[in-house]
Write a protein that binds this ligand. Structure first.
Ligand code: NAP
Ligand code: GDD
Length: 359
């Protein structure tokens, strides 16, 4: 799909490079930037199966006139190829979203996580330091870095990371800040709290719940095995979070920002609401499997977004209850069931201009 020039808005035409374009956030960000009139380049990994499901609807044959989305093979472990891509694409903005992003899995593969969620940031920053062109850089930092620090967390809250993933992200955070201060690169950390959507990976807890719920309704699953139901998170809608990423790269001065909803809920509350919305009681279906516990956990995360409200004029329109309904509606539709529909109505009323493809 190529958007017509009329929909470019007032934005000057720029080129952006996205690592992790095939992920939840990368796919939404690509759509958002295309809507803004950008030319978008994305880095994808070679895989033996197709890994472009989230962006298939925006992919066009690169020979087509007017194409503004291009993909390049690369891996975040491969400095040489990252360097080639940045050199050839010459972007104005780099959004570094690629990562091994699963916290539980990071305990199983800590070294790999350190390389891909940590060192890869330095690989890219080094390229930007050597580039003659001034390139703005967005680092996908995470609320997971706050770990044990008491809530609410903001830009001044110290990090107490509780997972290999969080340690790797904290390293990336500081490298980004160091390259900004040491070399004058416009480099920012978006410290994003959990954000979800119908495109969320299927082994993150929200999507695992909505999928299981749909399977249970469809008679395909009887039990949902989960881990820690008492952890508390600040869950927002991914669509709104990619807009915040873009805003962070449009300021006069590079600064770090915390992005979240300011509301905190437990995994149990998510379960309760999702199942009740579909007319079920989660207690009849959920069992605990300690395999899903983490050796160390970030127990309580919630954002203080005062700075983002003031300086980015960013305020989330979708809060917890609405998010749950949006995700359950989309999941049920995807599973061939007819959803209650409140989430669909919310989307229609809160987003009169919908720049992303409905899921
Ligand atoms: P995601 O869905 O897991 O996407 C991760 C992306 O990184 C995918 O495109 C993946 O490619 C790519 N990737 C992984 N390893 C790679 C490698 N070795 N080389 C090249 N690409 C690689 O994550 P997300 O939810 O969109 O999150 C985007 C970023 O924000 C991540 O850095 C995450 O850690 C961070 N973050 C996320 C949240 C959240 O709540 N979603 C909150 C704070 C920070 P494949 O598709 O091939 O796997
Ligand atoms: N994934 C998963 N699977 N989590 C479970 C399960 C389960 O079966 N049962 C309970 N949980 C709990 C986890 O222990 C955690 O406390 C909470 O549900 C959320 O887990 P995830 O959805 O896996 O997300 P996360 O908070 O660990 O990490 C996500 O958010 C971070 C931002 O705070 C990821 O997107 C990270 O990449 C991101 O940085």
């Amino acid at each position: 799909m190529i958007l017509e020039k009329a929909s470019y808005g007032a934005c000057e035409l720029k080129t952006a490079l996205i690592t992790g374009i095939t992920g939840q956030d990368g796919s939404y960000l690509a759509e958002f930037l295309l809507h803004k009139g950008y030319t978008v380049h994305g880095i994808i990994r070679r895989a033996s199966t197709f890994n472009t499901a989230r962006i298939d609807h925006i992919l066009v044959d690169p020979h087509t006139e007017g194409t503004r989305l291009f993909l390049h093979y690369g891996d975040l472990s491969d400095s040489e190829q990252l360097s080639n891509i940045i050199y050839n694409v010459r972007p104005e903005e780099v959004y570094h979203l690629g990562a091994q992003s699963h916290v539980r899995v990071s305990f199983d593969i800590p070294e790999y996580t350190g390389s891909i969620a940590g060192l890869a940031t330095t690989r890219i920053l080094e390229m930007l330091r050597r580039s003659e062109k001034k390139i703005r850089f967005y680092q996908a930092s995470s609320s997971e870095m706050f770990g044990n620090s008491p809530p609410p967390q903001n830009e001044r809250t110290p990090f107490q990371p509780r997972s290999p993933y969080a340690c790797a992200k904290a390293y990336s955070f500081w490298m980004t800040a160091n390259y900004r201060e040491g070399y004058g690169i416009y480099a920012v950390n978006g410290i994003l709290f959990n954000h979800e959507s119908p495109r969320r990976g299927e082994i993150f807890v929200t999507r695992k719940i909505t999928r299981a719920l749909t399977n249970i309704l469809g008679g395909k699953q009887k039990v949902l095995y989960l881990g820690n139901l008492d952890a508390r998170r600040d869950w927002g809608f991914a669509v709104e979070y990619v807009e915040a990423m873009w805003k962070m790269l449009q300021l006069d001065r590079a600064e770090d920002f915390v992005i979240g909803t300011g509301e905190q809920h437990s995994v149990k509350e998510f379960l309760d609401l999702a199942f009740a919305y579909a007319g079920l009681n989660y207690r009849e279906y959920v069992k605990i499997d300690p395999r899903y516990y983490r050796p160390t956990e970030a127990d309580s995360l919630v954002a203080d977004t005062t700075k983002a409200e003031d300086k980015l004029d960013w305020n989330p329109r979708i809060k917890f209850e609405e998010l749950v309904k949006i995700m359950v509606d989309a999941e049920m539709r995807d599973g061939g069931l007819s959803p209650p529909g409140e989430g669909d109505k919310l989307l229609a009323s809160k987003f009169p201009v919908r720049w992303w493809n409905s899921d």
